[in-house]
Design a protein around this ligand. Sequence first.
Ligand code: GRF
Length: 194
Amino acid sequence: MVATYRKRVAILISGRGSNMQSILNATKQPDYPAEICLVISDNPDALGLETAQNANIETKAFSRADYDTKAAHETDIQTAINQANADLICLAGYMRILSADFTNAFNGRLINIHPSLLPKYKGLDTHQRAIDNGDSKHGCTVHFVNSEMDGGKIIAQASVPVLKEDTADSLASRVLIEEHKLYPKVIADLANLI
Ligand code: GRF
């Protein structure tokens, strides 16, 4: 059997890391075309770092407080990604806005998952905003990242109905189930393309 090259994925997280976990689960399938080469966090206490370490994945934490400037912080993150030879960079609950210098450096290889049907509800509190607007459906989007927050080209979306009795939490839980299916699928599709 010829060993095929699995695309190397670096994941940036700030917290819980459930999307990272869903990608990790997918990479356990022998025919999955990607593997996680590095997990980076701007938060040394991110729960997801522990999850990655338990799975023997290399992790790096870069606390913004250790840097004088945003540029210096991003430079170290960029260097770590390059040293890991990442083919694809996935933001998964990474809670910082990235500069144009950073997003341009990884143009076409940097993607994010956002919990709304973009272009609706860029930014935070997406679930409550969908409820407040009386939307009948809501969901998640995987998109390329450019310097405009949540504004890059849309790659794929998944939707769920908004129920009468929904709270922001109940809606978030149903959307999260879709996120966990959508993100690994999009990563596999891109890994087969790049
Ligand atoms: C997810 O809802 C994701 O769409 C958003 O931040 C949340 C991260 O959750 N960008 P987790 O850390 O992956 O559990």
